[in-house]
Write a protein that binds this ligand. Sequence first.
Ligand code: FES
Length: 164
Amino acid sequence: MDRERRLSEKAREEIRRLQGLYPQARSALLPALFVAQGEEGYLSEEALEEVAELFDLPLSEVASVASFYTLFHRRPVGRHVIHFCTNLSCMLNGAEEILAHLCRRLGIQPGETTRDGLFTVKKAECLAACDIAPMMLVDEEVYGNLTPQKVDEILGKYREEGSG
Ligand code: FES
């Protein structure tokens, strides 16, 4: 193989290790895609091809899994990815208004990344935290009972970290 690899040897080893944990290697596809995503922050076409090779699966199958789950990114994203839930419980608790506030503060629309590369905002389906609706995930951190003020505080915290 003479094309440039996207997955490091360490990532390939980790994927092989994951495959060994299941009776059927294919069951490790989701965690393997997270490993691949950890390499560049998103899943490029080339990275998907390499995962498909490791699993001996057609690229189309791996690509459709990667596109189905909102936690996988098919394009480069900001340093922090905000998944904002827009499903029923969150909607009924004012998610639309708060998402609009968040986007206004960041100067972007859902699906976009801020110019400084710090944040990407994505709309998400129910993230299983309806009891604290409206809610969002920033990377893996859950924030609930959101208000415009709370959103401002959260953004401030990440901005501070980014400049520190
Ligand atoms: S509807 Fe938003 S977390 Fe369930």
